[in-house]
Design a protein around this ligand. Sequence first.
Ligand code: UT7
Length: 337
Amino acid sequence: MSLPKRSRVLGWGASVPDLIVTNDDLSEVVETSDAWIQKRTGIKERRYVDHADGSVVMGAKAAADAIEMAGLEPSDVDAIICCTLSPDIDFPGNASLLHDRLGISPRIAFDVRNQCSGFLYALATADQFVRTGGARHVLVVGSEVHSTGLDFNGARGRDVTVLFGDGAGATVVGPSPDDEHGLLSFKLHAEGAYADKLAVFGPSGRDKPRIKPERMPPEDPYFYPTMEGRFVFKHAVEGMTSVIRAVVDEAGFQVSDIDMVLPHQANLRINQFVALQLELEERQVSNNIERYGNTTAATLPLLLTETAAAGRVSRGDLVCFAAFGAGFTWGAALYRW
Ligand code: UT7
């Protein structure tokens, strides 16, 4: 069997909860305002799950659409990679639960825990499987439920709480029939020295016992995400700008050759700064943060699905994915549509 030179996204899909939570809705429980959130982040609303649904149910809906669009049967999927920081249960990972829910039997199933850059890391991993013959069709699912783990206690944690929403997106990655289309190159980075700049510290395996009755929400913020917002913001702008330049350069192109950038959606202002530095016009950058907030690992496949549905990418276009998040971990991928 000859191995493909490139992998390609054969199908995609997305699923978001029905419940829309506006900034005004949030202002009723958190000390914030629609004006502050819109001005500082660009977010107008986000989605929250009904508590009966977790990231597996949402991910399964997105995955079913992606498999159908790829023209495949579920049994054609050889590997599942789930990227999430909000799995349904502590272990086993979402990939095992999703595997069961979709009723398929891939040989390989595992989770990637890389927060906002999770989808990029998973896409790069899927690419390796496809190009080396380890798997022919890899289902990559990003699915997140943030709403059950945010701090809704007045002013505490409000900088983070207003940012996040729930959602899912999925892609099926498989062999490209030619050498021109598909994933051209990717670059991934990590800087663990900044792990505590954006994190959830509890529950911790370092604690004995791991769950302590005296450390429980809502009083104790131990289980809520915390972030040094300005520090993360600055690094996100620098990291995404330089990694986009690097991935384009490596593939032998110029930034001006890019037709569409699909950036992670953490803050609209981050993406505007990146666009400014790269001299990209508004039409060359796709954003949907105003409707979903930050859905971490679900962001890129959700954005991909919406951007394609809106007809904003055409065959032959040079598309650049980029993400930055907790870890810090970040990266970019260049893709010929
Ligand atoms: O997903 C992974 C990557 N994540 C990111 O990239 C996020 C990066 N960081 C950010 O997006 C921004 O730093 C935030 C949106 C989190 C914060 O925006 P900022 O412009 O950096 O504001 P700040 O943290 O410097 O706070 C400015 C003021 C403070 O009040 P004082 O001290 O000036 O009186 C905050 O207490 O805004 C206050 N504040 C809020 N006010 C209303 C912080 N959060 C809120 C809020 N509503 N939600």
